[in-house]
Design a protein around this ligand. Structure first.
Ligand code: TXA
Ligand code: MG
Length: 345
């Protein structure tokens, strides 16, 4: 039986919405669910979010339970108008200048700003005095939030697993939430860049790169150093984005990568590989997905992780990339998901 009990058409709580021209009555129905304290999975340009009203602590607690998310990991608050950040956050004159520059350039889009909290309840912020805010670049998300008010939404996945970038990846959540909006495949495929306005550090790399932020702010913006005792971004201390298979990240020439994979085949491993270089290996033990460029890599990474898990691969071999542009975000996810980064000599 193909894909056993997961027949999407049969589950009424999944509705398909046109992402170019969202049907108003469908969006309104979804917004009503949020307003009444329900939980809705919705698309954004980065990954799918699992959302509840940012002001409903009970709904947020239920959401955390569904995801299996630790309560001390705060959620991003999604807004539909740029100016709404001033409503939910306490912003100094100095910070306002920085925010205005960033928001003008990058919103709506994959940039989350960590600012001082004013109004968001502790269930969503994990009791921190800060709050993470983002305006997504997805018509369905924006229409939904306009009608429901701000939405607290972590990525749609069981905690620790790769985020969902299409509804085929949301099986585990389907039974537990009140509605899933199918808005097609996520355009970017990796989560937003999280940027702390106070320290001007990147807490989580995403599509908006350190280079882009540095250019707009006219100063060098860097990523926060790895795992601190008391992490500034609470999510940093948890295991993330991990498929069940062991992930190995390789750097090296076409020839060396080929040799490495051949060795793994001899060890009788079932292998999934995601590569930029067009190597030529044909063996039933290895399934290779080639990606065209870094954006294509980002877009498909979590989908391929999931596919390889479904195929019961033992190892997933990924070609490492340069930490430049979206390469920072790809390597960040690798460092969190993988056991080994290998430079083939
Ligand atoms: O693209 C995205 O950001 C997606 C879509 C749905 O918008 N959302 C997402 O949410 O990835 P989540 O919860 O999986 O990741 C949010 C990250 C976590 O690492 C969390 O620790 C961090 O943002 N974060 C949230 N609030 C924070 C705060 N006040 N200070 C520091 N980090 C915060
Ligand atoms: Mg997440």
């Amino acid at each position: 039986m193909k894909n056993s009990c997961w027949t999407m058409e049969k589950i009424e709580k999944i509705i398909k919405i046109n992402r170019r021209k969202p049907e108003k009555e469908k969006i309104e129905a979804a917004a009503q669910i949020i307003k009444k304290g329900g939980i809705v999975v919705f698309p954004t340009e980065t990954v799918y979010g699992i959302g509840a009203s940012a002001f409903n602590e009970r709904a947020i607690k239920r959401l955390y339970k569904i995801k299996g998310r630790p309560l001390d990991n705060p959620s991003i608050i999604h807004i539909a108008r740029k100016k709404d950040i001033y409503d939910i956050a306490d912003i100094s004159k100095k910070d306002k200048e920085i925010i205005e520059k960033l928001v003008k350039k990058f919103w709506p889009g994959p940039l989350t700003l960590v600012v001082k909290n004013k109004k968001i309840p502790a269930a969503a912020t994990a009791g921190l005095d800060t709050v993470a805010v983002r305006m997504p670049a997805n018509k369905i998300a924006l229409e939904l939030i306009k009608r429901s008010g701000p939405i607290a939404a972590p990525s749609a996945n069981i905690s620790g697993k790769p985020s969902g970038t299409s509804i085929e990846m949301l099986k585990e959540l389907a039974e537990k939430v009140d509605l899933i909006i199918n808005g097609g495949e996520s355009k970017i495929g990796l989560e937003s860049t999280v940027f702390d306005i106070r320290t001007k550090k990147i807490l989580r790399p995403g599509k908006i790169s350190p280079e882009q932020l540095s250019k707009i702010l006219k100063e060098k913006v860097t990523k926060i150093k790895k795992i601190l005792k008391k992490p500034r971004s609470p999510g940093m201390k948890y295991k993330h984005y991990s498929p069940d298979a062991k992930v190995i990240v390789l750097f090296g020439s076409k020839n060396k990568i080929e040799k490495f994979i051949e060795k793994m085949i001899n060890k009788k491993f079932r292998i999934g590989a995601i590569l930029l270089k067009k190597i030529k290996i044909k063996d039933e033990k290895v399934n290779i997905k080639f990606v065209k460029n870094l954006d294509d890599y980002a877009k498909n990474l979590f989908k391929f992780f999931r596919k390889f898990d479904e195929m019961k691969c033992d190892v997933i071999i990924c070609e490492g990339v340069k930490e430049k542009g979206i390469g920072h975000a790809i390597m960040d996810r690798f460092k969190k998901a993988s056991e080994k980064l290998i430079k083939l000599k």
